[in-house]
Design a protein around this ligand. Structure first.
Ligand code: SF4
Length: 214
């Protein structure tokens, strides 16, 4: 378990599940994963809300071996960490796309697995249709004709809430830098167990905005 330090998730039937890091695969990569699934007797694959493959029913002792064979890594799917960045095809593939959400996501994947006061979900959409629901993620980037609009403090799940627009018309460089600033400010100032939206409520929108945009 050295390379894949992310823990497998125990299932009701006593087996374990892992989430794979890949959100885009070529036919060859998919074939390699499928061959490993057969070899390791995995019975089921489903997909997370961040569009990553969940391998259900794997022997926890064989996870490293499976990953090596399938040429994949285990993604951070539990705990107080930045979860897998959710993204849509964006303008690289989708006819509605206005911004390159795949390239934007690749830049933000460097934060995946890093620890924070609570879990952090990030989603990116290539246009206002918002297929990846960026307005209900801790940090969401929505593509427009003029760049990315950044939402912050949204959440789905137990306490659903719509994020607020922090700023608009961001280039990819600006969006990457601002996401880094938000995460750093959150890490250094929030109490453990507070999601970004709750943290913003506790300090006030104006102070938060000044701190990360100033
Ligand atoms: S959000 Fe826009 S660019 Fe992304 S998949 Fe949906 S329609 Fe296409």
């Amino acid at each position: 378990m050295a390379e894949n330090s992310v823990k497998p998730i125990k299932q009701r039937d006593g087996t374990y599940a892992i989430v794979l890091d890949k959100a885009l695969v070529t036919p060859q990569e998919l074939k390699e994963i499928a061959e490993a699934l057969e070899e390791f007797d995995v019975k089921l694959v489903k997909f997370t809300e961040s569009q990553r493959m969940v391998i259900v029913g794997i022997d926890p002792e064989k996870i490293d071996e499976f990953c090596e064979k399938a040429k994949v890594k285990v993604a951070p799917a539990t705990g107080k960490v930045v979860r897998s960045v959710k993204f849509c095809p964006g303008k690289a593939l989708c006819t509605m796309g206005l911004q390159d959400s795949i390239a934007m996501a690749e830049r933000l994947m460097k934060f995946e697995g890093l620890e924070f006061p609570d879990k952090v979900k990030i989603a990116i959409s290539g246009c206002p249709n918002s297929c990846t629901e960026p307005a209900v993620r801790d940090i969401g980037l929505m593509g427009t004709r003029d760049g990315f609009t950044l939402y912050v403090g949204g959440s789905a799940g137990r306490k659903p809430r719509i994020g607020r627009v922090l700023t608009e018309k961001l280039s990819m460089d600006e969006a990457e830098e601002l996401v880094g600033k938000i995460l750093e400010f959150y890490k250094n100032n929030a109490d453990r167990g507070k999601r970004i939206g709750e943290f913003i409520d506790s300090i006030g929108w104006d102070r938060f905005k000044e701190s990360v945009l100033g």
